[in-house]
Write a protein that binds this ligand. Structure first.
Ligand code: SAH
Ligand code: DHB
Ligand code: MG
Length: 225
């Protein structure tokens, strides 16, 4: 379901609060040109992620699911001036998408700040645990939903206490209500809810969203709560 009113309101909010932006516009165009699905966050959601990352003073950010780097641009811009190169790490399975994202980030002047790691996120997260990097302050999870429970747990283990983890698409038009569903995305999100309900060190909530991308939701978890 996509109510035209949600899109109209989203468009009005974007027009009023989110100025035209060449780098973001070019990133969306690049997706159209490459034939990628238009599953990037909306401008209002991207700015929400940006403000949230800024509000926790994020110095190291992890993103799972890059696509063409649209949300990555919003997040990289949340890093304070002078943040070291490679402070935002984004994980993407598809090399063609990573290449388009690289071009978009370079065009946005954010190329040095962002490292794109190609491969299955589960493999990259396991490698990161071995590398023992500095902990992350903010995580945005937006890749395949079948593994979202693992993504939250593995990425939270790479975070400092007080870090925030956001997960996109945890409502999907209410499809997550169906406990009998055999859709791996629905099952994955429901499994995430089961695990979080039993995990006192990751207090969490979901804010439902409506807008140009339909009815969905952002899950938020606080690491070490
Ligand atoms: N965050 C982006 C949208 C990401 S779409 C934005 O808002 O602009 C989800 C992306 O996750 C796709 O590009 C897809 O190729 C990638 N993906 C899917 N499965 C993955 C996996 N197992 N590991 C890493 N990336 C994956
Ligand atoms: C899909 C994935 C997303 O991350 C999203 O925000 C919307 C749709 C999808 O795979 O259909
Ligand atoms: Mg998404």
């Amino acid at each position: 379901m996509l109510d035209p009113l949600w899109t109209a309101v989203d468009n009005e909010l974007s027009a009023r609060l989110i100025p035209e932006d060449d780098a973001l516009t070019a990133a969306v165009r690049s997706m159209e040109a490459a034939g990628f699905p238009a599953i990037q966050v909306t401008p209002a959601q991207g700015k929400f992620l940006h403000l949230l990352a800024r509000s926790v003073g994020a110095r190291r950010i992890l993103e799972i699911g890059t696509l063409a780097g649209y949300s990555t641009i919003w997040l990289a811009r949340a890093l304070a001036p002078g943040t070291p190169a490679g402070s935002l790490l984004t994980l993407e399975l598809d090399p063609a998408r990573a290449a388009v994202a690289r071009a978009n980030l370079d065009r946005a002047g954010l190329g040095d700040l962002v490292e794109i790691r190609i491969g299955k996120a589960l493999d990259s997260l396991a490698a990161l645990a071995r590398e023992r990097r500095e902990p992350f302050d903010f995580v945005f999870i937006d890749a395949d939903k079948a593994h979202v429970a693992e993504y939250v747990e593995l990425s939270a283990a790479l975070c400092r206490p007080g870090a925030i983890v956001i997960v996109d698409n945890v409502v999907r038009n209410g499809r997550i209500l169906d406990g009998e569903s055999d859709d791996p995305s629905v099952r994955g999100v429901r499994r995430l809810f089961d695990r979080l309900a039993a995990n006192l060190s990751l207090p969490s909530t979901v804010v439902q969203t409506v807008g140009a991308k339909g009815h969905d939701g952002f899950l938020m978890a606080l690491v070490g709560g």
